[in-house]
Write a protein that binds this ligand. Structure first.
Ligand SMILES: Cc1ncc(C[n+]2csc(CCOP(=O)(O)OP(=O)(O)O)c2C)c(N)n1
Length: 318
């Protein structure tokens, strides 16, 4: 598959912005500015960037409690996202959703949910809407390996397959659900087997390879648009930090985390693009610097933003 230079650079920039956003959130969390639970996704950046490069602006995504990078890649505004994490009025959900409920329907991010299994169920509703309206829009539904153990995940995949809904199921298999190693609690080695049992074409890819993600999602989205139904992609990756900020990670060794970091998807793609002459070292450095500056601005915006008015507590809710 030939990929235009602009798209390759976009993917690289998107991964850098994703990484720097998460690094910025970690810092703000440590300083006490971000209330509640925060789940970060350093190490998993290739999945959001590769997927978003493969779909159209008017396609939909559904994310998870670890979904900052997906929203950012879909076109989310870092200022509004950081303000949301602070609980400020200028946040993307007016400060009422927080990290685990990031959503921006105006750009096709239907949302995240703290309750596992919700995203796949929502994908059936969004997918059915696209199908009935014949709008040609695809939904990419992101979820972790742990989520594939919920009953609702199986109900959703069954229905999406039976009704040939235009959904791409993108499993970010970082091998842990909180502290539980996935292969300790399932008697299969390939999560793709789960989707195959619903007659959904499935593929396992290296989730640290942004090009592999891009290619798999491109093919899956094309199938969905042709009315051939869902595809399941298992993208194998690593989560570098704890399940949540503050997790002491007694369930895995320092060596395991160090080995994960050796597979850094950004370093790998940077080397690849430079070797192929797509960008120079200086251009890559500039992209990195811009990503760092973006987060500095986002923090400033969040700090300077007002809190929501107490009188607004019951607005924007059902
Ligand atoms: C129905 C339900 N059960 C349990 C939880 C608690 N919980 C929150 S995140 C999580 C692990 C999720 O793992 P995975 O789906 O692999 O995503 P990851 O956190 O690795 O991105 C669990 C068990 C929950 N939120 N909802």
């Amino acid at each position: 598959m030939t990929i235009a230079k602009e798209k390759l650079i976009w993917m690289y920039r998107t991964m850098e912005r994703h990484r720097e956003f998460e690094e910025g959130v970690a810092e703000q969390f440590d300083e006490g500015h971000v209330p509640g639970f925060v789940h970060l996704s350093q190490g998993q950046e290739a999945i959001a960037a590769g997927a978003m490069a493969a779909i159209n602006e008017d396609d939909y995504i559904i994310t998870t409690h670890r979904g900052h990078g997906e929203l950012l890649a879909k076109g989310g505004k870092p200022n509004e996202m950081m303000a949301e994490l602070y609980g400020k009025k200028t946040g993307v959900m007016k400060g009422k959703g927080g990290s685990m409920h990031f959503a921006d329907p105006s750009i096709g991010d239907i949302g995240a949910d703290g309750i596992l299994g919700t995203g796949p169920v929502m994908s059936c509703g969004v997918g059915l809407t696209s199908k009935l309206k014949k709008n040609g829009r695809v939904t990419v539904c992101f979820f972790g390996d742990g989520q594939t153990n919920t009953g609702r995940f199986h109900e959703a995949l069954n229905l999406a397959s039976a009704w040939k809904l235009p959904v791409v199921y993108l499993c970010e298999n970082n091998t842990y659900g909180e502290s539980t190693y996935i292969y300790d609690i399932v008697n299969i080695t390939k999560l793709t087997d789960r989707a195959l049992s619903y007659n959904i074409p499935s593929i396992e890819i290296d989730g640290n390879d942004v090009i592999a993600v891009y290619e798999a999602v491109t093919e899956a989205a094309a199938r969905a648009r042709k009315g051939e139904g869902p595809t399941f992609i298992e993208a194998k990756t690593c989560r570098w930090r704890g399940h949540y900020e503050g997790d002491t990670q007694t369930y895995r060794t320092e060596k395991e985390i160090a080995d994960c970091k050796k597979k850094d998807p950004i370093v790998r793609f940077r080397k690849d693009l430079i070797a192929r002459g797509v960008m120079t070292e200086a251009e890559a450095d500039k992209i990195h610097k811009e990503a760092v500056e973006e987060i500095v601005q986002a923090v400033k915006f969040a700090e300077e933003s007002p809190w929501p008015e107490p009188a607004e507590i019951y607005t924007d809710i059902y």
